[in-house]
Ligand binder design. Structure first.
Ligand SMILES: Nc1ncnc2c1ncn2[C@@H]1O[C@H](COP(=O)(O)OP(=O)(O)OP(=O)(O)O)[C@@H](O)[C@H]1O
Length: 513
């Protein structure tokens, strides 16, 4: 059993470990943490700049970011550390004095920055486009949308990868000893190695290994825990997302009865001040593709206009022109007589709200926070007042009890009703609904349509792109049939559904009814 004895002497010399332990903690651990933390912080700053440059529209910003990343990711860490630490030693001495420690931090930061930049860039680009659309529809500028929603969401998504990078820096910090650190600047590895030379065995290095693991393993698990917490949030009181049928029975059991949404009784007396839209000779193209070709349409105040037509006929594009999520190529749209093309888009979108097919709720925010966000950040409402308004709007859509739930904890129908509450909270004169029930399971469609019908009765001006012909027939004041970028027919539901004139509309109705 000689080899067991050898192993024990090499790795488990307890007295050698005990001797090195104090300097391992007071010198090695301290310096390793300083190197790793400082280079991660600097790396995050460099990485954030690189990420913003990397997603910029300008290739003159993208190109240097790309070159930087390729160089510092491509070089082995030790090469960068030696080039920076020794190549710039004189400048380093002039700036920082004799210690190579700051240059070591700089070298680690430059390496980390390249990786962190890529992490941030992919995180930001992984945020769905709909999130920015929702921000813009809530009258945020591009910068506000990035700052308040897209970047925080992207960063949260890459939190585990960032911590991996910190762990990488903890490990890479062991390479800085090549620069010839002063005794008091040694990191964990160097302290262990020096002592290993003195004792003639590897026990101090084994202890160094244990120190590295003691830093990195708990950190990984802690971050996984935080990540799960951030993703799912604190689930609010009451049941989680129940089956669709449970939700339907919840709605039916609500105080105001099955034909309106919970709490709508509270706002049945409400009357919206709807605005008027006049669309004249509107055209719009995506590059060469002409999508709208001279559209004329009047949407009177307090009325519901349903826009129907085959896929690709330009319905969503027409809607998006009304709040300038896309810019028309020609023609004009007037809101209460004033051309929307002359307005600042953010100002226009306060007056013209929008609800999307895929809800586009902010996943890191509870239902209440989703509704409050634009009130506090855009309308600059005091928090207490914003909270009161948001609670009232959530009650209007029957979701008072679920205000502390995040979108992931709500059914599709509930998410869509939160999205409607979010649009309503801004007090718009007009709301645009873009196929808002198309992504919902069949049993949840009715709750959302009933809510929209109630809003229509209360005088909200609404433009609704829909495939729900029953809803259009029942609720619309006018129905507009579009095909190939033109309005082919418009009229009352009776005219459109019972007495279609054009061959195209007859064929469309034969397909869908
Ligand atoms: N961002 C875009 N870039 C390029 N083309 C687009 C874009 N968005 C839409 N289109 C094209 O414009 C045309 C009209 O699209 P639009 O979404 O307005 O139609 P729609 O009637 O709403 O269709 P659907 O009912 O399928 O949503 C389609 O041919 C579509 O492929």
């Amino acid at each position: 059993m000689n080899w067991i004895d050898n192993l024990r002497r090499s790795f488990f010399d307890w007295s050698a470990m005990a001797d090195v332990l104090p300097s391992m903690i007071s010198i090695g651990l301290k310096n390793t943490l300083i190197l790793a933390a400082a280079s991660t912080v600097l790396g995050v700053i460099i990485g954030m700049v690189l990420a913003v440059m990397g997603i910029s529209q300008s290739r003159w910003l993208r190109l240097p970011a790309r070159i930087y990343t390729d160089i510092f990711r491509g070089l082995p860490a030790i090469v960068t550390i030696l080039i920076i630490g020794q190549g710039f030693a004189r400048i380093g001495r002039d700036i920082f004095g004799p210690s190579p420690f700051p240059l070591g931090i700089l070298a680690l930061s430059l390496i980390a920055g390249a990786y962190i930049g890529e992490i941030f860039r992919s995180g930001i680009q992984s945020v769905e486009r709909g999130q920015m659309e929702a921000c813009r529809a809530l009258s945020m500028s591009y910068g506000q949308g990035m700052r308040l929603i897209v970047i925080p969401q992207g960063v949260r998504r890459v939190l585990p990868a960032l911590v991996n990078q910190f762990i990488g820096n903890v490990k890479d910090s062991s390479l800085v000893y090549f620069l010839g650190l002063l005794a008091s600047e040694r990191e964990i590895f160097r302290v262990g190695q020096d002592q290993a030379v003195v004792t003639g065995n590897l026990s101090p290095l084994l202890l160094a290994g244990v120190f590295y693991l003691a830093i990195t393993v708990p950190l990984t698990h802690f971050v996984n825990h935080i990540d799960a917490r951030l993703r799912l949030g604190k689930q609010g009181r009451g049941p989680g997302p129940a089956s669709g049928l449970v939700e339907v029975s919840e709605l039916a059991a609500a105080p105001s009865g099955p034909h309106s949404i919970t709490g709508v009784a509270n706002c049945d007396n409400r009357h919206f001040r709807g605005g008027t839209l006049q669309i004249r000779d509107l055209s719009m193209a995506y590059g060469e593709l002409e999508v709208l070709k001279g559209v004329d349409l009047d949407i009177p105040a307090g009325t519901v206009t349903c826009i129907i037509g085959p896929s690709g006929s330009g319905k969503s594009t027409l809607l998006r022109c009304m709040n300038r999520l896309v810019e028309p190529k020609g023609g004009d749209i007037r809101l209460d007589g004033e051309s929307i093309l002359a307005m600042r888009p953010e100002k226009l979108r306060r007056r013209v709200g929008m609800v999307f097919q895929h809800f586009n709720l902010f996943p890191d925010h509870t239902a209440l926070e989703n509704v409050m966000l634009a009130l506090t950040k855009i309308k600059k409402m005091p928090r207490q007042e914003a909270r009161r308004v948001a609670e009232a709007r959530l009650a209007d859509v029957g979701l008072a009890a679920r205000r502390d739930h995040r979108p992931a904890g709500l059914s599709g129908g509930q998410q869509q009703r939160v999205a409607i509450a979010r649009a309503l909270a801004m007090d718009p004169e007009i709301i645009l609904f873009d196929e808002v029930t198309s992504a919902l399971d069949p049993e949840l469609v009715k709750g959302v349509l009933d809510l929209m019908a109630t809003l229509g009765r209360q005088g909200m001006t609404m433009a609704v792109v829909t495939h729900e012909m029953g809803f259009a027939r029942r609720v619309a004041d006018q129905v507009v049939f579009m095909d190939e970028g033109r309005i082919v027919e418009a009229g009352s539901p009776q005219q459109i559904f019972d007495d279609p004139q054009s061959v195209r509309l007859k064929r469309f109705l034969a397909e869908v009814l």
